[in-house]
Design a protein around this ligand. Structure first.
Ligand SMILES: Nc1ncnc2c1ncn2[C@@H]1O[C@H](COP(=O)(O)OP(=O)(O)OP(=O)(O)O)[C@@H](O)[C@H]1O
Ligand SMILES: [Mg+2]
Length: 346
């Protein structure tokens, strides 16, 4: 059990401020996912929480107690990295037991914990192997297993699946989701670049940008009601199309709407009264969907995601529409204009 509270957490490396005031409360047992562009400070924030780096300013509380000065080993936090960091000369079993031996846990207790983690991650058949005799996915399961044996109150995962191929990522992601269910008291913080991982694993997603939090919310809140243009374009793939309001045909979205955002999957080909017309530059047929990339008359790029395989070809001129309730509007500062306000105007 661990509830975490970060209050105005800042981190500087020399004169470079990397985290610029992070306020965040994480509930006990919650699985929180951090996303954001490369270099925005996700790993740095994890390292501060783990106690691997010092907080420059602000406080981190775990269960109501300020832990800024508590060493990593005393925080009951386990971190799983992108690289597995297993000891190459030790078997899986010894890799999993090693840290516990170092902390002088009784042998029976070590065996119980290792067996328990092995069962949870179905590692039993692999226990006597060396890391080099394992696939990437199996190694990452061992690394996760090793974290479990520590019985931490908080798990930190820094892109744990990014070295795995697509199929293994899915399998391991499902295992992590299962782990979250089997360890309901453990708080988990998970960093990923993968949209699907973020959307499927998270209780709540934290979207970071340049050392600050842009929005915190459930996956569906972020998808349906992004607080600003940055979040709108960061969540969802391909990214939401955002155009100046005056370039949308018949578009009266109210005086505050400066830009209009429509997700590629909310766009449709229409016969009349299009919101946008564009000339197709590229078509990608994925079977289940067709992605078309087009350019408007004013030179804006538009992506359109249509269900199934569509007969669109390069240089076609397409008329595009969208249901009004799928249109997102943003003001001059890039902040969301509420749907109610937009709908009363149109
Ligand atoms: N020890 C360090 N000394 C100086 N600068 C650092 C140090 N660690 C990180 N940084 C800088 O802090 C910023 C944030 O880095 P961080 O690793 O937290 O980003 P990230 O969001 O995890 O990115 P990625 O998605 O690429 O992993 C970067 O500009 C990075 O260069
Ligand atoms: Mg990182």
């Amino acid at each position: 059990m661990a509830q975490l509270t970060l209050t105005n957490v800042r981190k500087s490396f020399g004169s470079l401020e990397v985290l610029k005031g992070i306020d965040l409360s994480i509930e006990s047992g919650e699985l929180i996912v951090f996303v954001g562009p490369s270099g925005c400070g996700k790993s740095t924030l994890l390292r501060l929480i783990a106690g691997l780096d010092e907080i420059t300013e602000g406080t981190l509380e775990i269960e109501g107690r300020v832990v800024n000065d508590v060493p990593a080993a005393k925080r009951r936090i386990a971190m799983v990295f992108q690289s597995y960091a297993l000891y190459p000369h030790m078997t899986v079993r010894r890799n999993m037991a090693f840290g516990l031996k170092m902390s002088r846990l009784p042998r029976a207790e070590i065996e119980r914990r290792v067996a328990n983690a092995a069962t949870m991650l179905k590692l039993e058949p692999l226990m006597e192997r060396l890391p080099k005799q394992l696939s990437g996915g199996q190694r990452q399961r061992v690394a996760i297993g090793r974290a479990i044996t520590r019985e931490p109150a908080v798990f930190l995962f820094d892109e744990p699946l990014s070295n795995l191929d697509a199929a293994l990522r899915v399998a391991t992601r499902i295992e992590i989701a299962g782990l979250h269910e089997r360890l309901p008291a453990a708080t988990m913080i998970y960093v990923t670049h993968d949209q699907v991982e973020a959307m499927t694993l998270a209780d709540r997603i934290v979207v970071m940008n340049a050392g600050r939090i842009e929005q915190v919310g459930t996956p569906m809140e972020l998808y349906h009601r992004p607080a600003n243009e940055f979040v709108a374009q960061f969540i969802g793939s391909p990214a939401m199309n955002v155009l100046p309001a005056e370039e949308i045909a018949n578009g009266n979205f109210g005086p505050r709407a400066k830009t209009v955002g429509i997700r590629p999957e909310d766009l449709r080909l229409v016969d009349s009264e299009p919101l946008i017309t564009g000339k197709v530059l590229l078509v990608e047929q994925l079977g289940e969907v067709t992605l078309a990339y087009a350019r408007t008359e004013t030179g804006r790029s538009i992506s359109v995601k249509l269900p199934g395989d569509h007969a669109i070809a390069r240089d076609d001129v397409i008329s595009i529409g969208a249901p009004l309730e799928k249109v997102h509007c943003f003001d001059q500062d890039g902040l969301r204009v509420s749907q109610e306000e937009v709908l009363t105007e149109t």
